[in-house]
Write a protein that binds this ligand. Structure first.
Ligand code: C2E
Ligand code: MG
Ligand code: MG
Ligand code: MG
Length: 278
């Protein structure tokens, strides 16, 4: 495209390049290499079902192992991956890798549903449905064990089109969660039309629960809205017992956060699942 051509041309104008552009170019090159050389990995964070007391779901969270061996978090590289379009091949890798992992856990007797995050650019990629279908068939994971997390802002960008894409994805037999709920601008009319299963309450609201009465009221309001639309609720970023107790009292279905566990490498997550009361 013209945009890509523009970016390539830009590379030759190093004289005028400022420090920020240099840093970004370095990171883009690094990210391409990371994808090619297997320097990307997934950690998994468990979600606790408050009614059953069991872990039925885990969320796959992307990490990049940098040159020094340290892990770089997605907040630092997803925005650039979005801008450059690299998020599309990276997202495909994430899907395949997460489905494969969940299928292997299942073979080992640990049945959990795996949630995979999709960013705005991935959601509007016209090959998305085919990519997801392929990840499912190639891994052999039953579709009900895959959940896609799509942010409220990504679906609201073009809500009419989003309804169509979500319907195609749902037809594959998987689950869909609306991530970071409450941070975007949802049209309630669309919320009703989206074939989704779950609202995921953004951690910024969860953290306000015990800090401010309004925070607690907002969370109760979101849970009430979800219940009236027959959607499940997940609260992310649950760090304290007080937050968890409030969420349980308010009828929230699932909780996720450091109180239960940080995102873990696959072997550690498997060990945690094995320690669960049978
Ligand atoms: P998200 O999907 O909303 O994920 C929740 C983030 O909150 C994760 O950050 C998680 O590690 C963090 N978190 C979990 N529990 C707690 C807690 O108790 N307290 C606090 N303060 N934070 C908690 P992470 O792993 O850095 O990911 C950040 C964001 O990057 C994600 O937000 C998601 O939007 C994006 N992301 C992560 N993995 C992928 C991916 O594979 N593909 C795409 N497209 N985006 C991804
Ligand atoms: Mg998420
Ligand atoms: Mg979230
Ligand atoms: Mg979030």
């Amino acid at each position: 495209s013209a945009k890509e051509a523009g970016r390539n041309t830009f590379r030759f104008y190093t004289q005028g390049m400022n420090a920020e552009a240099m840093r970004r170019l370095e990171m883009e090159t690094g990210l391409r290499r990371a994808l090619a050389r297997d320097e990307l990995l997934l950690h998994y964070q468990p979600l606790l079902n408050l009614a059953t007391g069991r872990i039925g779901d885990v969320e796959a969270l992307l990490r990049w192992r940098g040159k020094d061996g340290g892990l770089i978090s997605p907040g630092e590289f997803i925005p650039l991956a979005e801008e450059t379009g690299l998020i599309v091949p990276i997202g495909e890798w994430v899907l395949h890798s997460a489905c494969d992992q969940a299928r292997r856990w299942r073979q080992d007797g640990l049945e959990v549903r795996v949630a995979v995050n999709l960013s705005g650019r991935q959601f509007s990629d016209r090959h998305l449905v085919e990519t997801v279908r392929r990840a499912l068939t190639e891994s052999g994971l039953p579709p009900r064990l895959l959940k896609l997390e799509i942010t409220e802002s990504a679906v609201m960008r073009n809500a009419e089109e989003a309804v169509r894409i979500l319907e195609e994805l749902k037809a594959l037999g998987l689950e869909i969660s609306l991530d970071d709920f409450g941070t975007g601008y949802s049209s309630l009319a669309y919320l009703r039309r989206f074939p989704i299963d779950q609202l995921k309450i953004d951690l910024s609201f969860v953290q306000e629960i015990t800090r401010h009465p309004d925070g607690a009221a907002i969370v109760r309001g979101i849970i009430g809205l979800a219940q009236s639309l027959r959607l499940q609720t997940v609260a992310e970023g649950v760090e304290t017992v007080a937050q968890r107790d409030f969420l349980k009292d308010s009828g929230c279905d699932l909780v996720q956060g450091f109180l239960l566990s940080r995102p873990l490498p696959p072997q550690e997550l498997a060990a945690l699942l094995r320690r669960e009361p049978g």
